[in-house]
Design a protein around this ligand. Sequence first.
Ligand code: DX5
Ligand code: ZN
Length: 219
Amino acid sequence: MPQIKIAPSILASDFSRGAETVKALEQNGADYVHCDIMDGNFVPPITFGHQFVGSLRPHTKLPLDCHLMVLHPETHFEELKKAGADFITIHKEVCKEQTPALLRRIREMGMKSGAVVNPDTPIERVFDCVEDADMILIMSVFPGWGGQKFIADTLKKAEALRSFCIRNGKPDFDIEMDGGISEQNAKEVISAGVNVLVAGSAVFRSLDMASTIRALRGE
Ligand code: DX5
Ligand code: ZN
């Protein structure tokens, strides 16, 4: 099993205090900063783009994990690279059969790549992406909002993907899950084969960020 990593989603944070937020995440043991980029088209809300991501960059060494919930993700790769993004994850529902080629493009630009599946997209649809991806992100809520209820059915997808990775000689492949993850269900999520846990509300509503991050990790 690969190393467990915690990726707090800043969607649940106060956007006026971005620098302090990422510094606090780093000091309190987070592994990545999960940046939810929404365009008002693929999902109804609009959050932020490369300018906000770039404004965070000088304030942390943590990798910036950019989850693109947008209709034309490829038009943002260049600006995100310049802004200092480390990971770009793109939705299979948007990129369809072009997903592997776009993942290769992200890698060629020097970033890590990932494909994302919504709760109602079968996991088998991204099996052909594993070769070109550094990570697969399984949504455990429908994208668009923080604070939603975890859809437990999505755990089966993590199990199926972890078995696929093991069968294909990639036992340490990174599997990320996003939506409704808390101290209450983190153990189950990890047992299903997930090793990168996104958590927005759980981390930012916590009174003790460090202990919540440790608890999510199963420590
Ligand atoms: C939902 C986002 C998530 C969200 C998670 O569209 O992709 O990253 O911020 O928030 P919680 O942990 O509150 O469900
Ligand atoms: Zn996300």
